[in-house]
Design a protein. Structure first.
Ligand code: PEP
Ligand code: MN
Length: 338
């Protein structure tokens, strides 16, 4: 339930409303001040609350029932866009967040070189998998802790914050120390124990949409993290499974405006895993920015033919450089900067 308040409400009146609500039901109250009105979000069981008693209090404009099961992730509870600050780089504001790098970290030389190239072209974050969720147990599983160390070297040398995937709750403490944005991959979107653990830390979480997850399921997964206290979440549309098999997945572009309407959380697009084809990365990225994505996470590899993972969907640094230039007028047309 949401209580919409007059913005000129005196502090004392606001306190009275909160005291009254607390007396009538056992809920957590969140506050959000907008330009024209303020909001009190009530999270918990409001069945004992008599709406009329709140409605008639001075300063209350209206009481609105929230239909959706997600609360903290819901735009009704927080009408302003959330902006996540990662070491001074903002995600969700006017400037687009560009996360680029290889699917997996392969060597120090590889990750440092790619980091240098993508930074020079305008990326503000470096991606690279250390722990890889592979369909086959016989495929390359990532360099694991050694991969994390190499990412740290690249961060130190090149100065880009690092984004990498976590697969196990056992590693939360280590990732909290070493990583700037912790990625939850599509396959773990509904690993609720992992989500709860990540809710207890303060690190930004990049939550990717599950292969067959609805938008509401994605938002419920964000809610799991937020319910534990971590509200620093970036959502990611990375393609969903459909009957079409020409592409690896089907990029659900409509998810971007839908999520923007339903939630205040920033949302980015992964064109690489959506398409599975390197030559489709450029048009899909352009489309993603045009429909309002807050950024992209894109796979860039200096030697895709010999990449240990996802070479076929990785673009080379030169192509990434051109993509960054070509994106500028599109970003401008939708009121964004790159
Ligand atoms: C990845 O980003 O390397 C990855 C495995 O992505 P997803 O979880 O979207 O498949
Ligand atoms: Mn990949």
């Amino acid at each position: 339930m949401v209580v919409v308040l007059d913005n000129n409400l005196a502090k004392k009146e606001l306190e009275n409303i909160k005291i009254k609500i607390e007396k009538l039901c056992n809920v957590e109250i969140t506050e959000c001040k907008g330009e024209n009105y303020s909001i009190l979000g009530l999270i918990g069981d409001t069945s004992t609350l008599d709406e009329k008693e709140i409605n008639c209090m001075p300063g209350v404009e209206k009481v609105v029932h929230v239909q959706q099961p997600y609360k903290k992730a819901n735009r009704m509870f927080n009408p302003k866009d959330t902006i996540i600050d990662v070491l001074g780089n903002k995600i969700g504001g006017k400037k687009l967040a560009i996360i680029a790098g290889p699917c997996s970290v392969e060597s120090e030389e590889q990750i440092v070189k790619i980091a240098k190239d993508v930074k020079a072209s305008g990326a503000s974050f470096l991606r690279g998998g250390a722990y890889k969720p592979r369909t086959s147990p016989y495929s390359f599983q990532g360099l694991k802790s050694e991969g994390l160390e190499l990412l740290k070297i690249a961060r130190k040398e090149i100065g880009l914050p690092i984004v990498t995937e976590i697969m196990s709750s056992k590693l939360v403490e280590k990732f909290q120390e070493d990583v700037d944005i912790i990625q939850v991959g599509a396959r773990n979107m509904q690993n609720f124990d992992l989500l709860k653990e990540l809710g207890r830390i303060k690190k930004p979480i990049l939550l990717k949409r599950g292969l067959s997850a609805t938008i509401e399921e994605l938002l419920m997964s964000a809610e799991y993290i937020m319910a534990e206290g971590n509200e620093n979440i970036i959502l990611c549309e990375r393609g969903i499974r459909t009957f079409e098999n020409y592409t690896r997945n089907t990029l659900d572009l409509s998810a971007i405006p839908a999520i923007k309407k339903l939630s205040h959380l920033p949302v980015i697009v992964d064109p690489s895993h959506a398409a599975g084809l390197w030559w489709m990365v450029e048009p899909l990225t352009k489309a993603a920015i045009a429909v309002g994505a807050d950024g992209i996470i894109v796979e860039v590899h200096n030697d895709p033919e010999n990449a240990k993972c996802d070479g076929g969907q990785s673009i080379k640094p030169k192509r990434f450089e051109k993509l960054m230039k070509d994106l500028k007028p599109i970003a401008m047309a939708v009121g964004r900067e790159i």
